[in-house]
Structure formats: C-alpha cells, structure tokens
Design a protein around this ligand. Structure first.
Ligand SMILES: [Cu+2]
Length: 219
C-alpha cells in the first residue's frame, strides 16, 4: 500500500497510479467479458473473425488509451526532474553504513546519521527506523538534495516525500522535495550496499522555519 503523501509531487504520483489502475481494471473487465462471450457462444465467433470495423475499433481504442496514460506520465516525469528555485541545499553522502549530511548554505553544518540502537530507544524515537541525528528541514520550502556515496552504491529513499535517488560514488545526483506538513518521515536505503544495508534508515523531520533556524544554530 502507498503511504500518505507529504509533498505535492507524490500526491500527483499517487493520483496517476490510481488513474492507471482504473484504466487497467476497465480493460481487464471488458476483455475478460468478451473472451468469456466468444468462447462460450458458437455464433459470435463468425461476427468477430470477419468484422473489419471491429478490427479498426480495437486498433484505435488502445492507441487512444495509451495516449491517456502516456501524456500524464511524461508530464510527471519532467516535473520530478525539475529543480525549481531551491531555498536550501542538502548534500547527502551514503557510507557503509550510515548517511552523512551537509548543509552547504550554512557554515560547518554537517553531521552523521546512524540508526538508533535498541538500548537507546526512548518514547520520542522509533525502533529500527529512526536515527540519532534527524535531518531537519523547514516546511513549505523547496529543498534540493545532492546525493552521492563514499564507498559503494546506496539509494536515498523517502516514500512519503516521493523521492528515491541512487547514491553513486564519484557522481552527484540531484533531487528536490517540498514538504507540506510538519512531521517525521522515514525511509531506508534502497540499494543493496552490504551486510548492514538494512540498518541505515533515513528520517526527515519537518518543522516550521523558526524551529529549523534554532536547530541550525544548535548544531
Ligand atoms: Cu543499502
């Protein structure tokens, strides 16, 4: 099941997913119904096998359906790739096995995020999915994330924000997100990166800009 959207783009992606599934269900129902009809009725076979207009119909209609899937899909593809006037840039580096973050817009703001060990769990943290240093971002702000890795391939993923980008050593990948609600959003490394691949979660905490600034000052 898809998690609730926390950014406009993943909202659009979920909407597109539902749109495509609706078309899929319609096709399966209509084709299934006709298959059943033609295999159980002897006379209808003659009608279907010798009908020119029917052939024309089932060539054109799927082409039109493909356009209805293709155009929204291409629109989203380009929207996801667009970096629109980011206010903050975060640099994310994947390591075996932790993530490190740099806020290059501020002086000396960089930290490592390791998974919270089970014996350090409090009522404010989450088991096996939370980190010791959460990545704090302000809400309603365009944020650019530059992603790379120091050793092997990793993948930085946060489902509720609709972001997933490979962290490749020697290469800088770029994504953006816009969090439209206050909260903590979790993700996990999505590229097998070794023995502790499962133990490098991602937690993004979004707050109001005032709290974000006091967090930056405390670092
Ligand atoms: Cu991994």
């Amino acid at each position: 099941m898809l998690q609730n959207a926390a950014s406009p783009l993943i909202e659009q992606l979920i909407f597109f997913h539902n749109h495509a599934i609706t078309i899929l269900i319609l096709i399966i129902s209509i084709v299934g119904f006709n298959l059943f009809k033609t295999t159980t009725n002897k006379n209808i076979n003659v009608l279907i096998l010798e009908s020119q207009s029917l052939e024309l119909f089932w060539t054109i209609v799927p082409a039109v359906i493909l356009l209805f899937i293709g155009f929204p899909s291409i629109r989203l593809l380009y929207l996801l790739d667009e970096i629109y006037n980011p206010l903050i840039t975060i640099k994310t580096i994947g390591h075996q096995w932790y993530w490190s973050y740099e806020y290059s817009d501020f002086l000396n703001v960089e930290f490592d995020a390791y998974i919270t060990p089970n014996n350090e769990i409090t009522e404010r943290s989450f088991r096996l999915i939370d980190v010791d240093n959460r990545t704090v971002v302000p809400i309603n702000t365009q944020i650019r994330n530059l992603i790379t890795a120091a050793d092997v391939l990793h993948s930085w993923t946060v489902p509720r924000l609709g972001v997933k980008a490979d962290a490749v050593p020697g290469r800088l990948n770029q994504i953006r997100f816009y969090v439209n609600q206050v909260g903590v959003f979790f993700g996990q490394c999505s590229e097998i990166c070794g023995a502790n691949h499962r133990f490098i979660p991602i937690s993004i905490e979004s707050t109001i800009p005032k709290q974000f600034i006091s967090w930056i000052k405390r670092l």
